[in-house]
Design a protein around this ligand. Sequence first.
Ligand SMILES: C[S@@+](CC[C@H](N)C(=O)[O-])C[C@H]1O[C@@H](n2cnc3c(N)ncnc32)[C@H](O)[C@@H]1O
Length: 271
Amino acid sequence: MPDFTQTDWYRFPLYYDTVYNGDTPTEADFLEAVLAHHGRGAVARGKPARILEPACGTGRLLIELARRGHRAVGFDLSPEMVAYGRHRAKAEPVAVRRRLRIVEDRMEAFRLRGPFDLSFCLLSTFKYLLTEEHAHAHLERVARVLVRGGLCVIGIHLTPYGRRSTDREVWHGAADGLRVRSEVITRPADRVTRLESLRNRLTVRRRGVRGVERLETNWPVRTYDAAEFEALLARSPALEPIACYDFSHDIDAPRALDDSQEDVVVVLRKR
Ligand SMILES: C[S@@+](CC[C@H](N)C(=O)[O-])C[C@H]1O[C@@H](n2cnc3c(N)ncnc32)[C@H](O)[C@@H]1O
């Protein structure tokens, strides 16, 4: 077996973007469709929105949304991610840069004020909040910075507690002479601790460079089935669940928030 260096893959934003940037336009289309379908006032008529992305990573979605005319603000706890996002933003025209802001902060304790028309957190990132108190604190903070009628979109992978086998997903990406393979293993969840452990392995090849870089990250996330997620949402009555979708991010394909499918994208509206 080849050796993998133990690390934190979020210290390598370029590798992350190489793999996951491909879905950015589809996800940005979906967020605009959410504003059009569920938003109130001018943003529902296609006017630029004030958008917040907690745990924004490389800023890939914020940059796309700023290019589309929105004011896009995000934060992340990883200094490497924030530095990379800011660096990417510098390559944008001045008008786009002016609409963008990326800072260091934490989901459970962020200090940004708002107001925002939309907050979104896709790709199960919400599950990085490891305790119920941190998850609740995050929702309360989001509720505080949203305008009345503002929207909060959260995409998470629900946990099938009955499954005892390991789940494996593989993604590939290539850009600028770089080829990255990302494999994520999810081990069976513990219903008592509400934690599941994930392992990511990145295999990186560079054009013109011999050899392969191999990086491994192990980390825990908090688990939810549909009832557990609904119970958490019920603790924040200022945010009313109004719609649910899946990771196809298709506004014309709403679904129920239940355990029949594992990937859900929930839309909440500030009362
Ligand atoms: C799967 S990435 C998602 C990045 C981005 N939202 C996207 O869609 O590409 C998860 C991100 O969450 C960040 N993160 C994890 N826990 C966090 C926390 N408590 N507060 C802020 N950021 C956090 C990580 O640093 C990482 O950049």
